[in-house]
Design a binder for this molecule. Structure first.
Ligand SMILES: Nc1ncnc2c1ncn2[C@@H]1O[C@H](COP(=O)(O)OP(=O)(O)OP(=O)(O)O)[C@@H](O)[C@H]1O
Length: 786
């Protein structure tokens, strides 16, 4: 009997897309097929047959998946196949045979164009040269003359761009003839709805949106450009490029196949791949609008860093983020990416918990008191002011000043505070500063007396403790270097051990909301050097912390160490356009000294335009939300758990939950962030703050009324503290922007009374009347998509 011929099988991104679109049974059949092919390519049941040569070192094969499914494969090295495409139909063989396969000149990746799809969508359209054909057109006013005017055919959509330009931007060569026939967006979208190469899709949509070729080059093409020269005939090399593989490890693919394909790796955008794998000289920073895959890049970065660790049982990589729910989400996603093996080498922690643990270490045996909530902290400021009989400052101002000036700049004495920078925070004369300082000392004394603390104080203490620790580490390392280390094992008095930096690598998600104390602590947890800190964040989404300048905190990311991601993977173009409108005109930092913009920010997903509904009062608005949720669930089959409602306050959330629970609707609801019992189908309700970092199929933002978004208390600053007014208003805008960009397929915004000033004029103009949704069997609200 012949020995089995073991074979590598690597899916390409487009095959991955094909498989994602299959029914579950067919997906499993493909998994089974790949396993059998891997085990033995000479298995005759696979009917592996050569189709044609692609050129120098490539050959196409067809193979049988099952009675009606077939696969197209590319062999480039002996017993190494790229899985190119999968078709499940009676005509699978003919469809696969009509696929053109090429090497993209820009990315160097293997790409496919399914010419049977192109024929179906495009060949039926008239050619531009068919100018003589006048049949079926509307008569023009000039037609009544003896010499009819030459017919004016619609201008092809890409007439402005010649073939050379399109090729240079990265469009697949074999699509060019078809593109010349396309004259409008609907035709283009029909074509792009099929599984075209990702670079081609992105470039064509951007051009048809009116983006200039030079910008397309900067924002799209350059990110895809291969690092070396592309040889369009070297199939072996093309097949091995990351852009041609959803996963580089065959075993990983197969493990995933066992999971019914659901766990297949994402195909990383080339820029995400680069970010995950590049070796940086020091720290690196990634910015990018919502949904641009920053967290995904950070998770892959973590995996890459773990792969480079020597074997061991410690957790030398820290993955941290702003709040506890996000940390939990990161741990789950990391597990999904690399299982237990990956997770056990990574310390995944909420930043404030980390700070608390650090401080606790310095007070062994005496548990730290629980931190005050924000409301408790404000109430303590009120008490302090009343005791001191100083009424010149409000509690929020003092809390903000304490956190973002006194603690952020490490002001240990009044003189340090007098010199502290307060850029953008208005003028505070010396006597006022003295008063603020004295109030802050009283505030601290109160906390000490009552054995209470705050997150900000814990972070500050942790930063100082870590700073001292790192200073010792550095001193020891110097001592060791000068005197030799073998017989100095017990150098660290009391500990009996050498001190080591706490982590080898630190990875930070939601970096825009970390405070200066957090950054000081993190900086001191890892030795400055290659790949020390990798952070991802977006100032457009800053809703908590004050702006920090990372360079001043010892985290410098010059030149290529600062990168941007621009392609949104979460949200449709329609939703993105509206969400973008919420923050237009505001200026945002790049987490450092520079400016960040959303230039090039885009999506290739299409869907419904966002909907707006106005109600006469909050009661009606809540009922309208209930009606909309029920309709999405009953009529369009969306599980309640895939929908979320954001409201401006906790009270509003409680009221809405009560309305949904009313017997008229009977909709279960659950607070965002809480674990839902398995199997329970409940709508998530939360304040806008709770939406940070999450995503849902359908998002409803209720109570987006003037006076609530932004909150009317903002008005007290308008004249008294104009700079603070500006900052608070911007944060409030960002909050609405963050919540709106959580929507994958549908965004609905409602209000009662006057609409929030943040909403664009067209939203107010086109809003429907919520009362119409409440009449029995009211008009369908138009959400068939998704
Ligand atoms: N390369 C990719 N291919 C397909 N989907 C992707 C890719 N990268 C990210 N996604 C998906 O896009 C969505 C957003 O990704 P991610 O959470 O990483 O974005 P983000 O930039 O961190 O978002 P935000 O700043 O809004 O929290 C997720 O559903 C993620 O799985």
């Amino acid at each position: 009997m012949n020995r089995p011929v073991r074979t590598q099988v690597i899916p390409t991104p487009q095959a991955n897309e094909d498989i994602k679109r299959l029914a579950p049974g067919d997906k499993n059949a493909v998994g089974d097929f790949v396993r059998r092919l891997r085990a033995d390519r000479s298995n005759r049941a696979l009917r592996l047959t050569s189709l044609r040569d692609t050129g120098r070192n490539g050959r196409l094969f067809l193979a049988r998946i099952d009675s009606h499914g077939m696969a197209l494969l590319l062999e480039t090295d002996e017993n190494r196949f790229s899985l190119l495409a999968v078709r499940v139909s009676d005509t699978a063989r003919d469809e696969l045979a009509r696929i053109t396969v090429e090497i993209n000149e820009v990315s160097g990746g293997v790409e496919l164009v399914d010419q049977s799809v192109v024929s179906r969508e495009v060949v039926a359209l008239p050619l531009r040269e068919d100018a003589g054909d006048t049949e079926g057109r509307e008569p023009s006013p000039a037609d009544d003359s003896a010499h009819p005017a030459p017919r004016s055919l619609p201008v092809p959509l890409f007439a402005r761009h010649d073939d050379t330009e399109l090729l240079r931007l990265g469009v697949s060569a074999s699509l060019l003839p078809a593109l010349r026939r396309i004259t409008d967006r609907a035709q283009l979208e029909a074509l792009l709805g099929h599984n075209l190469p990702a670079l081609t899709r992105d470039v064509l949509l951007a051009l048809s949106d009116g983006m200039e070729p030079a910008d397309v080059r900067v924002h799209i093409t350059e990110a895809w450009r291969a690092d070396d020269k592309v040889d369009p005939h070297d199939w072996a090399k093309a097949a091995r490029r990351p852009v041609s593989q959803v996963s580089t490890e065959d075993t990983a693919v197969l493990d995933a196949l066992g999971d019914g394909f659901e766990a297949w790796r994402l195909f990383l955008h080339p820029e995400q791949h680069r970010l995950a794998t590049t070796s940086f000289k020091g720290s690196a920073k990634v910015t990018g609008g919502p949904g641009t895959g920053k967290t995904v890049a950070a998770l892959h970065r973590v995996r890459h860093l773990v792969e480079g660790l020597p074997p061991g049982h410690t957790k030398p990589v820290l993955l941290t983020t702003y709040n506890t729910n996000l940390a939990k989400d990161l741990r789950d996603r990391l597990y999904h990416l690399g299982g237990d093996e990956l997770v056990r080498r990574v310390d995944v922690k909420w930043i404030d918990r980390l700070a608390r643990e650090v401080v606790q270490e310095t007070h062994p045996g005496s548990p730290l008191p629980p931190p005050l909530s924000d409301d408790q902290a404000l109430s303590l400021w009120h008490t302090v002011c009343a005791e001191a009989e100083v009424y010149a400052f409000d509690a929020e101002f003092l809390d903000w000043e304490f956190k973002h000036v006194i603690l952020a700049q490490g002001c240990g004495t009044d003189h340090m505070y007098f010199r502290a920078e307060r850029k953008g925070r208005g003028v505070l004369q010396r006597p006022q500063r003295r008063q603020v300082w004295e109030l802050s000392q009283r505030y601290r004394a109160h906390l000490n007396r009552e054995h209470r603390t705050t997150h900000a104080l814990i972070a500050d203490e942790a930063a100082r403790a870590e700073g001292r620790r790192m200073a010792k580490v550095t001193a020891q390392a110097r001592y060791k270097a000068e005197h030799g280390g073998i017989d100095l094992i017990h150098r660290e008095a009391g500990s009996g051990m050498w001190l080591k930096p706490r982590y080898r690598h630190v990875v930070v998600d939601e970096a825009q909301d970390l405070s200066a104390s957090h950054w000081r602590m993190l900086r001191a947890m890892v030795t400055p050097g290659p790949n020390d800190i990798f952070l991802v964040g977006d100032a457009h989404q800053r809703i908590y912390a004050h702006q920090v300048v990372l360079g001043r905190l010892g985290i410098s990311t010059p030149g290529r160490a600062s990168r941007r991601l621009t392609l949104n993977y979460r949200t449709t173009r329609e939703i993105l356009g509206s969400a973008h409108g919420l923050i237009v005109g505001e200026q945002f930092d790049d987490l450092d000294n520079g400016r960040d913009t959303l230039d090039g920010y885009r999506s290739v997903l299409t869907g419904l335009a966002p909907q707006y509904w106005r109600a006469p009062d909050w009661q009606t608005e809540m009922q309208a939300i209930a009606a909309l949720l029920k309709e999405r669930h009953d009529r369009y089959g969306t599980p309640y758990a895939a929908m979320a409602v954001g409201v401006p306050s906790r009270d509003a959330a409680a009221q809405l939950a009560a309305t949904l629970a009313d017997e008229r609707y009977g909709i279960k609801a659950c607070e965002i962030g809480r674990d839902i019992p398995p199997g329970m189908d409940a709508v998530r309700i939360g304040t806008l703050h709770g939406f940070k970092g999450l995503e849902f199929q359908r998002v409803f933002l209720a109570g987006v009324s003037e006076g609530l978004v932004p909150h009317q208390r903002l008005e007290t600053y308008r004249h008294a503290q104009p700079e603070r007014y500006r900052q608070e208003e911007q944060r409030s805008r960002s909050l609405l922007f963050v919540a709106a960009t959580r929507a994958r397929d549908e965004l609905v915004i409602t209000w009662s009374g006057k609409a929030s000033r943040f909403l664009p004029a067209h939203a107010v103009r086109t809003a429907g009347h919520a009362t119409e949704l409440l009449v029995d069997d009211g008009p369908p609200s138009g959400s068939a998509v998704a």
